[in-house]
Design a protein around this ligand. Structure first.
Ligand code: ATP
Length: 455
């Protein structure tokens, strides 16, 4: 059975994910991505970018600054409204998000967006106990702003206050005019961005599910609400997101579902929000949010900046304030889902059955024995040759069984071994991760065989 503990241990053991600031005892809710993890993350971002930006003719990319003007966050409503409801255990002083404490106890109840008073009442009503010390001694629930302020050294006083962005979306809204003026986009069109966001969150410790620093992939899809029916646009986006997760990431459909936000849960400016949820070991949880944000953000920025962010209708010349539909996903959450979804135990062996496109290495190359120069030399030639086109990895430690075991655990689809027969007839064995079966092929055919297997 798959548990979060197994994934955490595998991730650390195999260079996928380490606790942040590890040698100093760790820093809560931060993680570092190791040599294998960083490759998988990069592959996830690449397939996302290829699918949504390069693969669509009306979506363009952006990379906006992380450190951003305080006015952006005033206009967006984050400085006043971007807050979580917190509650402290009086006994052990642990701090929790009130909504998560309640939802943890009552799995199908969604309480996000309720007032602090209502949350306090529910904690009492359900006799919620502290997950840490099991006591039931709570402070009142209060709001806690999630934005990280930063002080810039070059200007004095209040002007030096900036923020680390709490979402990538705002970078898109504030660049709307720049993009309209400098490129050939016309409505409807999307602007996409992948990048880090920061939220001073208190979490329940579900590994990388919720961290204070994380990567988002967000698209703002702008359209003229008179020309386009928003409900139709919304449905098309639902289908597109679903097919990305099931076809491109090859995730099991049975573990996915849509959930619509109730009115209390939705941001006040949103008319509809639905979450694509994945069944994690700790329950069905949000993977990817889809929200109809109306023209709220552009209007806010027009008001606070005084800059005109409307776009001219090419036919009538009329000014349009576009409406927007926003698919927003956490890249690290996609990684966590993929680790869970691809994890298999096959007897003694643990296999990550990752789609080859996402696997850190496409193949591993081994000389059967590390102390036989002829084997090493031949294997090295193959490795150097394959490395020109594919991300391949070399391993000559320990025995061959251990090497297969290690590659299975990080999801390497193929292992190529140079043995004594290779020296005689220029063949190698190629072993398939999922079946553990080996076949023997000519070294000359290796490149093409791998390419066709991987495609
Ligand atoms: P939640 O309700 O879980 O706090 P949210 O609805 O505030 O999330 P959005 O602002 O819609 O999240 O962010 C879009 C996506 O970014 C989420 O679907 C999630 O995948 C990811 N995300 C949000 N917060 C975090 C976090 N603290 N750590 C990791 N990923 C996150």
């Amino acid at each position: 059975m798959i548990t979060l503990e197994k994934i955490v241990s595998l991730a650390k053991r195999r260079g996928i994910i380490y606790p942040g600031s590890d040698i100093y005892g760790g820093l809560a809710n931060t993680y570092d991505y190791g040599p294998v993890g960083v490759e998988i993350l990069r592959n996830i971002k690449n397939v996302w970018w290829k699918f949504f930006v390069q693969g669509m003719d009306n979506i363009v990319g952006l990379d906006a600054s992380i450190i951003s003007h305080q006015k952006i966050w005033e206009a967006s409503g984050h400085t006043s409204g971007f807050a979580d409801a917190m509650v402290d255990c009086k006994n052990c002083r642990s701090r929790f998000r009130a909504d998560h404490l309640i939802e943890n106890q009552k799995e199908d109840l969604k309480v996000e967006g309720l007032t602090v008073e209502k949350l306090s009442d529910l904690i009492k009503k359900f006799h919620v106990k502290c997950p840490n010390c099991k006591k039931e001694e709570w402070t009142a629930v209060r709001k806690f702003n999630l934005l990280f302020p930063v002080n810039l050294g070059i200007v004095e006083g209040d002007k030096s206050l900036a923020y680390l962005r709490g979402e990538t979306a705002q970078g898109i809204f504030i660049n709307f005019k720049n993009i309209v003026d400098s490129t050939r986009v016309k409505l409807p069109f999307g602007i996409a961005q992948i990048g880090k966001s920061f939220r001073n969150e208190i979490t329940l410790g579900n590994f990388i599910f919720r961290t204070i620093e994380f990567e988002q992939g967000e698209i703002e899809y702008f359209f003229d609400p008179k020309a386009e029916n928003w409900e139709k646009v919304f449905e098309v986006w639902k289908k597109t997101m679903w097919s990305f997760v099931t076809k491109i990431l090859s995730v099991d459909e049975k573990k996915l579902r849509w959930r619509e936000h109730s009115q209390e849960e939705r941001s006040f400016y949103s008319t509809r929000t639905e979450d694509l949820e994945y069944k994690f070991p700790f329950g069905f949880k949000e993977l990817w949010g889809l929200a109809y944000r109306t023209d709220y953000d552009l209007k806010q920025h027009m008001e606070v900046s005084g800059v005109d962010l409307t776009i001219d209708d090419p036919n009538t010349g009329e000014k349009i304030t576009p409406h927007v539909i926003e698919p927003a996903v956490g890249i690290n959450r996609l990684l966590l889902m993929l680790l869970m979804d691809s994890y298999h135990e096959d007897g003694e062996r643990v296999v990550l059955k990752l789609d080859p496109r996402l696997a850190a290495y496409k193949a591993a190359v081994f000389p059967l024995l590390a102390n036989k120069p002829d084997l090493v030399k031949k294997a090295r030639l193959i490795y150097d040759d394959l490395k020109e086109d594919l991300n391949v990895v070399w391993d000559d430690r320990g025995n061959i069984g251990k090497r297969y075991f290690a590659q299975d655990e990080i999801g390497t689809p193929y292992c190529i071994t140079v043995d004594f027969q290779s020296l005689e007839d220029d063949t190698v064995t190629i072993r398939d991760r999922d079946t553990a079966k080996q076949e023997r092929i000519k070294i000359g055919d290796l490149g093409n065989t791998l390419k066709s297997k991987l495609s």
